[in-house]
Design a binder for this molecule. Structure first.
Ligand SMILES: [Zn+2]
Ligand SMILES: [Zn+2]
Ligand SMILES: [Zn+2]
Length: 111
């Protein structure tokens, strides 16, 4: 232990050394899951609580994950042919419509 390197990373504990700046404060209280952000943790905790805050604005089906609700909404989109199933705005590019659907979805979760 004579080696006085300026490195702040400890050689021991390989896994801990990888995340010296971020302590696992987004740890799930129900299991060992550690999220990268508070948003991810909230998403994850819904798996335990069964909470489904994302509702399809078309058919009012509810989802625990935003990704799932978006995927579901693209199903409506496929049926309505390049038109937003909620407000009937037309989009030529699927990417743009996805962005638009995302807006519908996030508006429900803005609280
Ligand atoms: Zn968990
Ligand atoms: Zn729906
Ligand atoms: Zn719309």
């Amino acid at each position: 232990m004579m080696n006085k390197k300026s490195s702040h990373v400890q050689a021991s504990g390989f896994n801990q050394a990888l995340v010296p700046l971020h302590e696992p404060r987004f740890r799930c209280m129900h299991c060992a899951y550690v999220a990268h952000s508070g948003f991810n943790l909230r998403n994850h905790i819904r798996k335990h609580t069964g909470e489904r805050p994302f509702h399809c604005p078309v058919c009012s089906k509810s989802f625990s994950q935003k990704g799932n609700s978006l995927r579901h909404m693209t199903m409506h989109f496929a049926q309505s042919k390049e038109e937003c199933p909620v407000c009937k705005v037309k989009y030529r590019k699927e990417k743009e419509l996805m962005k638009h659907l995302n807006m519908h979805s996030s508006a429900l979760n803005s609280m």
